[in-house]
Each structure stands twice: as structure tokens, then as C-alpha cells.
Design a binder for this molecule. Sequence first.
Ligand code: HEC
Ligand code: HEC
Ligand code: HEC
Length: 149
Amino acid sequence: MCHRTPKSGEQFQKWQASKHADAMKTLATPAAMKIAEARGIKGDPADAPECLKCHQTAYDVPASMLSPRFNKQDGVQCETCHGAGKDYMKMDIMKDPKEAAANGLVLPSVSDGSAEKFCETCHNKMSPNFKGFDFKKMWAEIAHPVPKQ
Ligand code: HEC
Ligand code: HEC
Ligand code: HEC
């Protein structure tokens, strides 16, 4: 996998160490149960669309439409931010940015502000724990650039 090597920038490891990778574990905690109860959600927050919509990639896609290797328990995954990878992940497509974009790769940009807007689709007042969103600080926590050669 290309995104695991130091040369490519170890995006996978950085994501795995981030809270996004644990977003489903969080829904299994007593704190999550309490929040769900207070909102009148019956049953397990880890099955509730009201919570999954921000805590799980592809929560509304039936398992039969997903790759067998896709694990919904992995929380907020690459494809939430970069688009469904089925068509762009092939090596010959991925190495050509134009081809990759044409096949569904999304690169929200920090410099033009589109990344910040995108983050705010989840980091907003609808989050039961929202305490504000400082994009610069939050991006610094999860940044995963390709190192300059
Ligand atoms: C699909 C929804 C979603 C999007 C989009 C999203 N996040 Fe998150 N983010 C979450 C959830 C859910 C958590 C909490 C995970 C947990 O603690 O289990 C989180 C947690 C974090 C954290 C850990 C710190 C904290 O307050 O818990 C950082 C940092 C973060 N996000 C940064 C970002 C940035 C930067 C972007 C945009 C580039 C972004 N996120 C986009 C859902 C999202
Ligand atoms: C609009 C998006 C959104 C929705 C809907 C949402 N969450 Fe979250 N959740 C987040 C984000 C983003 C974070 C990280 C904290 C923050 O900065 O808001 C988070 C963090 C959490 C945390 C960790 C709190 C902490 O302080 O570490 C718990 C627990 C949690 N959510 C439970 C739930 C439950 C239960 C539901 C459903 C009732 C839910 N969330 C619905 C976005 C959401
Ligand atoms: C919370 C959203 C989010 C998640 C999750 C996420 N990324 Fe990103 N990623 C971004 C943003 C935003 C940028 C662009 C930042 C910029 O403008 O430089 C980026 C940039 C990248 C780049 C650099 C692209 C370039 O040409 O500079 C790579 C490679 C990448 N991501 C791969 C991954 C992989 C692989 C995963 C999962 C293991 C992942 N990302 C998870 C938001 C995310």
C-alpha cells in the first residue's frame, strides 16, 4: 500500500493514530450512551444514523455495495474526505492527478478554504460535544502531506 511508506508520507499510520480512526469506539462508550439517551435515541448509538452520519464513513451504504475489505468499524476513513476509491485507487490512475480526479479522487484544499468548509460539515453545532472548531489547530493534528523530495 503506497500510503504507508515514509517516502509517501505514512498517511495510513497518521490516520490510524488519529481520533477519526476511533470514532466508532467512541460510540460504544458510556458517555455516548448517555448522549444518545438524552436525545431520545432508543438502542445503541453505534447503530443510530443520527450518530453514524458523522462517526462512520459510508454509514448509509449497504454492505453488499462495499468492498469486502471495507470495515465500517474503522470510523471516519480516507474516503470520507477523498471520495470513494474504487475507481481511482488503481496505480496507473492514481499516479496521474488529472486521471485520479476524473475517477473520483477529491482533494479538499487547505489553501483555498475548501478543506475547512468540508471539516465543518461534521465539526459543527450538531455535534453533541461541540466546543468550537479551530481549523488551523485541528488540521495541524491530522495533517498528512506528501514529503517534498
Ligand atoms: C464525517 C465527519 C467528519 C469530518 C468531515 C471531519 N471530522 Fe474530524 N472528527 C470527526 C469525529 C466524529 C471526531 C471524534 C472522533 C472520536 O473522538 O471518536 C473527530 C475528531 C477530530 C479531531 C480530534 C480532536 C477532537 O476534538 O476530538 C481532529 C483534530 C479532527 N477531527 C480534525 C478534522 C479536520 C481538520 C477535518 C477536515 C480536514 C475533519 N476533522 C473532518 C468527524 C469528522
Ligand atoms: C454533526 C456531526 C456529529 C454528530 C451528528 C454526532 N457527532 Fe459525536 N462527535 C462529532 C465530532 C466532530 C466530535 C469531536 C468533538 C468535537 O470537536 O465536536 C465528536 C465526539 C463525540 C464524543 C467524544 C466526546 C469527547 O469529548 O471526547 C462522543 C462520546 C460522541 N461524539 C457521541 C456522539 C453520539 C452518541 C451521537 C449521536 C447522538 C453523536 N456523537 C453525533 C461529530 C458528531
Ligand atoms: C478528515 C479528512 C481527511 C481524512 C480522513 C484523510 N485525508 Fe488525506 N487529505 C485531507 C486534506 C484536506 C488534504 C489536502 C491538504 C492540502 O491542501 O494540502 C489531504 C491530503 C492528502 C494527501 C496529499 C495529496 C497531495 O497531492 O498533496 C494524501 C496522499 C492523502 N491525503 C491521503 C490520505 C489517506 C491515504 C487517508 C486515509 C488513510 C487520508 N488521506 C485521510 C483530508 C483527509
